[in-house]
Design a protein around this ligand. Sequence first.
Ligand code: ADP
Ligand code: MG
Length: 683
Amino acid sequence: MRNIYNIPLTQLSGIGPQKAEELNALGIESIGGLLDYYPYRYEDYRIRDLSEVKDGEKITITGQVITEPVVQMYGRKKSRLSCRMMVNETVIKAVWFNRLFLKDKLKPGLEMVLTGKWDGHRLQLTVSESEFPGRSSSQTGALQPVYSLSGSFTQKGFRQLIDKALKSYRSLIPEILPESIIRDRGLLERSEAVARIHQPGEAGEGQAARKRIAYEELFLFQMKLQAYRQMNKRRADGIAHAIDSGEIRRFADSFPFTLTDDQKKVVNEIIKDMRAPSCMNRLVQGDVGSGKTAVAAIALYAAVKAGHQGAFMAPTEILAEQHARTLSNWLEPFGMQVGLLSGGLTARQRRDVLGGLQMGLIDVVVGTHALIQEDVQFRSLGLVVTDEQHRFGVNQRAILRKKGLNPDVLTMTATPIPRTLAITAFGDLDVSTIRERPKGRKPIKTYWKKPDEFDRVLQFVEKQLSKGRQAYVICPLIEESEKLDVQNAIELHDLLQAHFDQFRIGLLHGRMNTEDKEQTMKQFNDREIHMLVSTTVIEVGVDVPNATVMIIYDADRFGLSQLHQLRGRVGRGEHQSYCILIANPKSENGVERMQAMTETEDGFEIARKDLELRGPGDFFGTKQSGLPEFKVADLTHDFEILEMARDDAAALVSQSAFWTDLKYTHLREFLQREQVFQGEVLD
Ligand code: ADP
Ligand code: MG
């Protein structure tokens, strides 16, 4: 059978080199590619009854001309043509503007199809498209596809092209999904679905086609993730950590709190992975303050107890230092050495840490993500803990393997991710979720204030500071200009310092060097600074339990998830905490975001809302999302289809037959053509 992805576009009558080039510019290279170029919406030309439409709506009707047309001229060029029509039992007036040439065609008795805007009061249709009987390429009576086009193509012309391609090549459209899946999931055949997505005809048919194509897109992407996951699981070249449950319990008992049930559950999942000889590749997601660090500490303890070392990679130097402090507090009583590898070290200190790691004198090292890339040698690295923003990808694994290491990897994210996105962006990972918050936490009271209420906000903060509490003030990161951003922060700092001369106000921004940043953080931690004005560098992970007020300036400039992250910096201690959003929203859905923040504190709920407001593409911010662009599938809504696709892909790749059986040839070829299995994925 001929492969339609190899048939050149010029095989189609009407496509010469010029048109072919225009199609290339749309990313269409072959007949197969043309048929895979789906419409992004439909125009409704289905015939409806007048009683169904609201005033001002667009409608397509059939009717009979009952009077001779009347012409009115306006000036020299403008004209108005009208006649009466019988539509079902109703007499209406049809009006055409500047279509004088239709005059001779409109004869009483003529049956025709009209599309236009309906005026129910005057019983009048302003016609935009008219179709006379006997025309072959009927546009009406159906849903018509609308494509994203450029160059000289019109929608009509492109529809005709698709129509030709379907007529000649439909039978060559290969089925790529396994028969069993099509049957079990009740999906349309591929050729049927492709034809119908272009030409849906009657209502409902388009839905089935859409479902099939959305399923296919999600399935193919899941095949890649699941194949990767499967191969990773089958490898037995990781470390089977020898872990004693009793020791883990004793270590956990040394914390100044009892683990929540969710923390315990996640620890168990991690320990199970670590004991297995394959490499752990697990994501822990939990809301801010849900206690992920404690969970990570237990995993690191387990790795060290089993005779290996651990590395903890933090997103910023400030956080690295903070985590190093926390981990030393917890691990050193058990005789474990924690080292910090930061940019601020002297050459000598750095040499000591590196030597300590190489010789195994240091058990756990904390640093930023430069940690594994550089000249760092481990005696035996058993576990890497990292954060979602710097996902530990295939490249990093490759670097470690070159060093003869194949550690377990634990990724942490404080951004709760809606399930659809988690399955898509993290489908190659096993996911553990901490939902429960540590007991006894007081909910954070969140208020939304307008900028002209700032004085009252300051009075409120003053009371808190007088009680010995501390406060953060966040000013937004202005993406276009870090300089402006820093300037903003400096101005706000000076203003606040002038207002509160009895308190010390600190300043933190991205232009400061590491040493100064750390100095400031330390002072805030030690309560020498009472209020910290900061750009969003503070965003992740900082933990100062005495801070009870979070003021977010120009709050509507932030996305919901980011606001939620920022709010998570307070409410970490015994005192009642407050988050005050200062905004006069002008930005898109700013009001909705402010309301969502004051209404809920549940990170998963916030994430869901955030996805709804921003759509999947923007959810993670821009580049590092790892989310593919789907033509038809929609991660905000196609949740059920996604779950099916994920389950089916996982089941299929786990059968060895998939990799060899002839009946999967088309699918394997398709995956290869789409480069699903190319490059790093199958390292
Ligand atoms: P996350 O990293 O998930 O944002 P952390 O690990 O920083 O959260 O924990 C937030 C705070 O809660 C820390 O001060 C931590 O010591 C404390 N904590 C963690 N687990 C518990 C628990 N089970 N009960 C009480 N406090 C806890
Ligand atoms: Mg393991």
